[in-house]
Write a protein that binds this ligand. Sequence first.
Ligand SMILES: C[S@@+](CC[C@H](N)C(=O)[O-])C[C@H]1O[C@@H](n2cnc3c(N)ncnc32)[C@H](O)[C@@H]1O
Length: 276
Amino acid sequence: MTLSGEQPAYGPRESDPSKPSPARVYDYILGGSHYYPVDEAAGNRMVRALPLVPALMRYNREFLQRVVHLLTGEYGIRQFIDFGSGLPTEDNVHEVAQAIAPETRVVYIDYERGAVDLGREILADNPHATSIHADIRQPEHVLADPDLRGLIDFDKPVGLLMFAVLHFISDEELPMIERYRRAVCPGSYLVISHGTTAQTARVAAQQNLAKKDYDQRTERTWMRNKDQIAAIFGDAEILHPGIVHIPDWRPTDSGYTPDPDDEARQLGLAGVGRLV
Ligand SMILES: C[S@@+](CC[C@H](N)C(=O)[O-])C[C@H]1O[C@@H](n2cnc3c(N)ncnc32)[C@H](O)[C@@H]1O
């Protein structure tokens, strides 16, 4: 906090019960239990404006589980950094990965104090996972963190997980991702899920209303299209099936067939790239 009580533009934040936070609003909509009345009110306004939001969030969590399962089980990844990890919900990265390979190391990062404190509490007995309180827009600070360096070996491939976090990063700030890509070795993976503008006019109008309220009262967001997300991957080799709507990314691994009439699909894109 600054002396005036305002949140600084950059840097980790203390939990403020008087202002909705992305982590807590998300937790509320997903049916969690770590939110304040302001978050509940913000979540209700969001769902009223855009009723498809809970489905999108569930798709995002299922994508996280599919990808971590694949990277751990089939591609042998044994270390993950989860950027903007949020409040710990069921089947989080360490649970999925360590169920397959118990030695897998996981570092969660969030700028919301409450999310990190709760994460640390849950992980207290887990020697291979931790949660750090940092702003991912400060890569030098994040990469120098002693807890992160104690767990992650940068000479071995790392899964850089960026689920539903990059739409909180402006175009001017986005190039910082390059710093993380350069920190890891070839054979590492970059995973992104990202909000995008709906294609049907009716849903796009609802989305616009929800975004306006969220941007003004919770946190500013930037929706991106497929080409803009592809640019974030740079020269990474994009895995099959490319950058697609979130539930369409290898859906059979979650046991369902994507429904083209499902309107919630159009609100988010996802992709996985192998760094070269
Ligand atoms: C919508 S939640 C997504 C949580 C989780 N990644 C998931 O997909 O289920 C976005 C999270 O990113 C965090 N976040 C946003 N900007 C951040 C930043 N610059 N540094 C660290 N965390 C950030 C928020 O606090 C929030 O917990």
